[in-house]
Every structure is written in structure tokens, then in C-alpha cells.
Ligand binder design. Structure first.
Ligand code: ADP
Ligand code: MG
Length: 232
């Protein structure tokens, strides 16, 4: 059974049909990218998968169960993820676990350290750079109990150097945690670098145009070690 099944999804805003007859599925532990130009309906799709908005027709199934309009079944990080400004970094990281009622503070502290954020546990988000906030929001996703992680263009606002380091970091965490990841991007390069499989959306209305397996292996993890300066 597929981990996530999208079946014949359709969504319009007034006269504008954004998504039409969109179907695809992802398997356990797979890293799948949804690739499409700006305005092709990627965020609209994610909002439906995240239960934030309802499709006009079609189904979203997780392990065979329909979840249309249900929040909290997947871990969804919107295009502009926001850390809660009144909570410290540690408290922000623990949020996903708190909602699930199962807190593992030690694991959270360990992940914060691995993300190069040791010493920042008790500071507030405004003291962090963009890349650091991005890492905090990933840690939160990775520590939340949901087995499907949906990330909407998490790196598009970062400079190229930071983006590459973040991509490597995401891959190393993903290979360890083995979650199913659905990753939205408008960068062909990024999709090829990160994914097992790429789903290309046609624009307006979005429907799957092409679906292909990335035809070569990712760089080996040993080659993906983060630069020490970056983690200082
Ligand atoms: P992408 O994430 O691929 O850049 P979006 O899903 O954000 O694309 O938007 C797809 C299209 O739907 C755009 O033309 C956008 O203007 C339109 N759209 C998105 N959300 C709404 C909304 N709430 N109301 C009206 N139009 C919307
Ligand atoms: Mg978008």
C-alpha cells in the first residue's frame, strides 16, 4: 500500500482552475519532489495535503484512509514557516511532540546540537539567521511523530551556499530517520539532487505532466559531511 495517495484532485479559486485531475502516490521512506513553475499550484496542493484547505473533488489517502481536510496527520511546513516568537528554540522544536503528547527532550537537544545550534536552546527566534531558523523548523518536523513530511520550497529564500549546506543536512537527517518526504521546489537542480523521484506539474491547471525516477545515485553520505565553519 502507498504511504500517500493523491487521487483525481481538483481545486479552483472562482473561475481559476488551479489543479485538475491530479493523481500520484508516494511510498514508505521515499523522497519525492514536486517540481513546477511559480503559480503552478504547488502550495495549493500542499495546503490540501496538510488539511488547511479542501479539494473540490478527489481524495487524499494516507495508508489507505481518506484524510481530506484533516490536520495533523502529516507534518506540513508551509512556504514561509514561522517559529513562535514567544517560545525559545527548544520550546519551538518541542512543539510537534507536545501536540502529539509525547516529549523526548533529550533527542531534541541532541538534534539541536547536530544542527550546529548548541548554545541557542534558550534564545528566541529573532536572534537567529534565516538558515538557522530553517534548521529549527526542520528539526521540529523531523521530531514530530508523523511519518510524512511535506516541505514547501524550504530553501528558495536562502543564498546558494547556505542552500547547499541545508540540502546536505536534510539528506543526512532523512537517511537516518527514513521518513517519506514530499518536497516542493521550482528548482530542477534541487529536485534532481535531493529526490528518488520527481513529479513534474504542468501549469494551469496543474496535473501530472511527467513522472520520473532520478536516473543516478545521490552523492554518498560520506561526501556530504557538513563544513565545520557552517556549523560553528
Ligand atoms: P505555486 O505554489 O506553485 O507557486 P500556488 O499554489 O501558490 O502556486 O498558486 C497557484 C495559483 O492559484 C496562482 O495563480 C495563485 O494566484 C492562485 N491562488 C492560490 N491561492 C489562492 C487563493 N486563496 N485565492 C485565489 N487564488 C489563489
Ligand atoms: Mg508556492
Amino acid at each position: 500500500m502507498s504511504k500517500l495517495d493523491i487521487q483525481n484532485l481538483a481545486k479552483s479559486f472562482g473561475d481559476l482552475q488551479v489543479i485538475k485531475d491530479l493523481s500520484f502516490s508516494i511510498n514508505e521512506g521515499e523522497f519525492v519532489s514536486i517540481l513546477g513553475p511559480s503559480g503552478s499550484g504547488k502550495s495549493t496542493l500542499f495546503q490540501m495535503i496538510g488539511g488547511i484547505s479542501l479539494p473540490d473533488s478527489g481524495s487524499i489517502l494516507i495508508e489507505g484512509q481518506q484524510v481530506n481536510g484533516k490536520r495533523g496527520v502529516i507534518s506540513y511546513t508551509p512556504q514561509t514557516p514561522s517559529l513562535l516568537p514567544w517560545r525559545t528554540i527548544l520550546q519551538n522544536v518541542l512543539l510537534g511532540q507536545e501536540i502529539a503528547g509525547k516529549i523526548n527532550k533529550e533527542k531534541a537537544l541532541e538534534m539541536i546540537e547536530r544542527a550546529g545550534l548548541k548554545g541557542y536552546e534558550h534564545v528566541y527566534p529573532h536572534e537567529l539567521s534565516g538558515g538557522m531558523k530553517q534548521r529549527v523548523s526542520f528539526i521540529r518536523s523531523m521530531l514530530s511523530p508523523q511519518s510524512i513530511i511535506c516541505l514547501d520550497e524550504p530553501f528558495s529564500a536562502l543564498d546558494e551556499f547556505t542552500r547547499l549546506e541545508m540540502q546536505k543536512w536534510l539528506l543526512s537527517i532523512w537517511s537516518e530517520y527514513k521518513r517519506s518526504i514530499l518536497f516542493v521546489t521550482h528548482s530542477i537542480e534541487e529536485a534532481i539532487f535531493l529526490s528518488d523521484r520527481i513529479i513534474v506539474l504542468s501549469s494551469k491547471p496543474a496535473t501530472v505532466q511527467k513522472e520520473f525516477i532520478v536516473p543516478f545515485k545521490r552523492p554518498r553520505l560520506e561526501d556530504l559531511l557538513l563544513t565545520e565553519e557552517f556549523l560553528q
